[in-house]
Ligand binder design. Sequence first.
Ligand SMILES: [Fe+2]
Length: 238
Amino acid sequence: MAEGFFIHQFELGSWQNFIYLVGDKRTRTCAVVDPAWNYEVILEEAARLDVRITDLLCTHSHFDHVNEVEAMLAHTDARVHMLGAEIDFAGFSCESLVRHAPGDRVTLGDVAITMMHTPGHTPGSTCYHVHGVLVTGDTMFVNGCGRCDFVGGDPEVMYRTLHGLTDTMPGSTVMYPGHNYGPTPTSRLDAQFEANPYLKLPTLADFVAHRMAGKTPGTVIPPPAWPPPEGRPRRASA
Ligand SMILES: [Fe+2]
């Protein structure tokens, strides 16, 4: 990991989501990857680290990754970043939204973060690559991968995406997933080559059969009322 760059991981919400602050030590600026579940905790974490939030990076449009975008915009003057393919898929809109193409970079001080188009979970899913770190959203988890049965999901596309990553990224790359579903919060890609069952299925047909077993293509995720009347969850709940 290059000097000057930092990544801070914390878990929030009812679905074991990981939220990230990614930034530049010199300018003490950062981006929030997937601002969701509790904007107050996100702001508290940034204050604790003494960094200023300038950007919100969305891996995709599912509510458990973006449900605090509006609240964050009310408390910061951040720009919001999403690939055009995901904006079009979801009809996503908000203030200060920047529409991106694959390969675009978001710069924070000396740190440049590259947007990689990794469809399969949703059409415009995005991994953020910076200094040997890959923030994967719901594309890849530790020993898992994102579901492909939700609206916009496609297991054949996911298979190509996962193999595109493993064929091109160095094994030393550290994967930071969108959910805390694995035995460890992060994993090197070379460890995933050995341990992730979704990377070990030999053919596309095997992958599709395993990923879609028991699932119904086109499943709609019912978003909850937001914000919840009982208050925002501060940490993961069982
Ligand atoms: Fe998702």
